[in-house]
Design a protein around this ligand. Structure first.
Ligand SMILES: *Cc1c(COP(=O)(O)O)cnc(C)c1O
Length: 372
């Protein structure tokens, strides 16, 4: 545990420095090689990382892009989604999903989540699907696979895409997320389970047409140097980021396994008054966050903070109540499960470098708080 100058323990939410230290010589060499070649756009580093990620997920194509939000936007565009269309997404997630839908010109339509998982509730999907629904996008929130078979059944012929920004390597049955739908959208924001040293994202797909369109759109719609088949964007995966990601990718399974161990320690040690996420039978969460629930959430956070333990809330304001999305016309009360979770969830420290004594320390602080 890291002592602060005052001698108090501090346990942080993430450990980016430790991740870098584990791989420093290889990462430094990979960055130096790109600079040495001075080919800063596309090049072998991007192709190699894309090949690695496609094989890892068990899909035909991986298309590197500039961020997770861009991955969602480009995947939706490749499916032909635009103005006048509706895309169904859970109300309980990060704002990027709604922003990416809006960027295509389509309208985000929210659906409530299941109380026990926080993920899109397939039983509610029929409330949200209309004749204009052109895609459904479950989120594998906190690294936990959404209920894909039920969602695919309820979607019937409407295409499904996955927001897998928090779930690199998670398994639904024997398959990796990102391989379960028309397209998987990943973010490599630095704090994700696989993180770059800046912004980066990627689309996985088995659909040749989706791959072809997203490759075009990410690079100015270019079919040759100065010939442009469609209106595109500057949305490529940065070459330096691809080089860093290819090295860090070798640790992804090890880091995810350590996160799962940390989750198991929390489950073993936290007092019963704190509701832990259960480990789905047959699926494998990669615990991007370890999110527990309790009534006096804010007082609990203050107590942990006084013991030098960082916490966070994912997410304090649901999408349907975001000021930026007010024009959609939703109101408080529209998605009761999401709203309840919003007031009760708290994310505890979760990263691959936490040790058992630190989890014991957090659990002891939690026990102190809940003891009558
Ligand atoms: C991080 C994240 C995104 C967006 O990724 P960026 O790379 O930051 O654009 C989208 N959805 C979810 C669920 C995320 O956690």
């Amino acid at each position: 545990m890291t002592p602060t100058p005052s001698g108090a323990t501090t346990i942080q939410m993430v450990a980016l420095r430790e991740q870098y230290e584990q791989l420093k010589p290889r990462i430094d060499a990979a960055i130096a090689a790109v600079i040495d070649r001075s080919a800063f756009i596309a090049g072998p580093a991007v192709a190699e990382f894309e090949r690695w990620f496609a094989d890892y997920c068990g899909v035909a194509h991986a298309i590197g892009v500039s961020s997770g939000t861009t991955a969602i936007e480009l995947a939706l565009r490749a499916l032909g989604i635009g103005a006048g269309d509706e895309v169904v997404i859970p109300a309980n997630t990060f704002v990027a999903a709604a922003a990416a839908v809006a960027a295509t010109g389509a309208t985000p339509v929210f659906v409530d989540v299941a109380e026990c998982t926080g993920n899109l509730d397939p039983a509610r999907l029929h409330d949200a699907i209309t004749p204009r629904t052109k895609a459904i996008m479950p989120v594998h929130l906190y690294g936990r696979p959404a209920a894909m078979s039920e969602i695919l059944d309820a979607a019937s012929s409407v295409p499904v895409i996955e927001d897998a920004a928090q779930a690199h390597g998670a398994r639904y049955g024997s398959r990796r997320v990102g391989s379960l739908s028309a397209a998987g959208c990943f973010s490599f924001y630095p704090t994700k389970n696989l993180g770059a040293f800046g912004d980066a994202g990627l689309i996985t797909t088995n659909d040749d047409a989706v791959a072809k369109t997203t490759r075009l759109v990410r690079d100015h719609g270019r079919t040759s140097r100065y010939e442009h088949a469609v209106i595109g964007q500057t949305a490529r995966l940065d070459t330096l980021q691809a080089a860093v990601l290819r090295v860090q990718a070798d640790c992804l399974d090890e880091w995810n396994a350590r996160r799962r161990q940390v989750a198991a320690w929390y489950r073993e040690m936290l007092p019963a008054a704190i509701t832990c996420p259960d480990d789905d039978r047959g699926n494998e969460s990669v615990y991007h966050q370890f999110v527990v629930r309790l009534r006096r959430r804010d007082a609990f956070r203050a107590h942990l903070e006084s013991r030098g333990i960082a916490t966070a809330v994912h997410y304090p304001l649901p999408l349907h109540l975001q000021p930026a999305l007010r024009a959609l016309g939703y109101r408080a009360g529209d998605f009761p499960v999401t709203e309840r979770l919003t007031s009760e969830v708290v994310s505890l420290p979760m990263h691959p470098f936490l040790e058992r004594p630190q989890i014991q320390y957090i659990a002891d602080a939690a026990t102190e708080f809940v003891r009558p």
